[in-house]
Design a binder for this molecule. Structure first.
Ligand SMILES: [Zn+2]
Length: 254
């Protein structure tokens, strides 16, 4: 993808096999993107990006190119420039091309700590076993509950405990999404606000319960986890609603 810092799409893989090549998305006869297929596979903001990539008339062999120079050849100087550019972009707003998704996240009326948690979920930096291992911290990579590989997605959504917990809410997830990053992006993109808020609050509570179990050996029943998340959200809304009413009253007294 031309605008993503990782160059990889964020839409979860579907329809085509995981090892499919870009050529699978091209209508070779008409020499254009297969719009129907692109629409079915990618989220709208990625559909647009893909369809706007011009296609060459002539077919060429695949080759590895360095994206930092026009001719695709690697120079140390271009790597240095690239690092500076990325640092500048990170300082300016995080990730540039997901304005809709990011602004939706920042605008959500949820406690700041939950917002930060969600941000870490998107960046996949929650300290689950897998991420700790990735950062070179020696831990056992498996889930303390079931012994499976513990990714963020596993800890919050797909391990048996959270899976049963989510069944008790009216929230369900697309079954083809493998990574928490993709899932949260999809949710922020597609769901209505109240449902997003509920998802974020309960996810936060599941995460807190994971931490309590890990560090304090304390088990929190699923119903309590749901209740705690919703209560936190409710308190925040009351507090902020109250503040908004007080602000309006103060304005009308002026
Ligand atoms: Zn598990």
């Amino acid at each position: 993808m031309p605008h993503q810092s990782s160059f990889k799409p964020w839409s979860p893989p579907k329809i085509l096999p995981r090892d499919a090549m870009v050529s699978s998305l091209i209508d070779q006869e008409q020499h254009r993107w297969n719009h129907d297929l692109v629409d079915q596979i990618f989220m709208p903001f990625e559909e647009e990006q893909i369809k706007n990539i011009p296609l060459r008339r002539s077919r060429q062999e695949d080759r590895v190119v360095w994206h930092g120079t026009k001719d695709g050849c690697f120079f140390v100087k271009s790597a240095y420039n690239q690092i500076l550019l990325e640092q500048r972009q990170q300082h300016s707003s995080g990730v540039s091309n997901f304005d809709g998704v990011w602004s939706r996240l920042w605008r959500l009326k949820i406690p700041p700590k939950i917002k930060h948690f969600l941000w870490r979920g998107i960046k996949d930096t929650l300290p689950v076993q897998f991420n700790l291992l990735r950062r070179g911290i020696q831990v056992c990579k498996s889930c303390p509950n079931c012994g499976s590989w513990e990714s963020s997605m596993h800890a919050l959504i797909s391990c048996q405990g959270p899976r049963e917990l989510w069944q008790q809410t009216n929230i369900s997830f697309a079954s083809n999404v493998e990574y928490l990053t993709s899932l949260i992006i999809l949710i922020l993109h597609d769901w209505e606000e109240q449902k997003i808020k509920k998802f974020t609050a309960i996810s936060w509570s599941i995460w807190k319960a994971c931490c309590s179990r890990m560090f304090e050996d304390k088990v929190t029943p699923p119903t309590t986890q749901i209740h705690n998340g919703l209560l936190l959200l409710d308190d925040y809304e009351k507090e902020n609603g109250g503040r908004e009413i007080r602000r309006q009253e103060a304005t009308s007294l002026k």
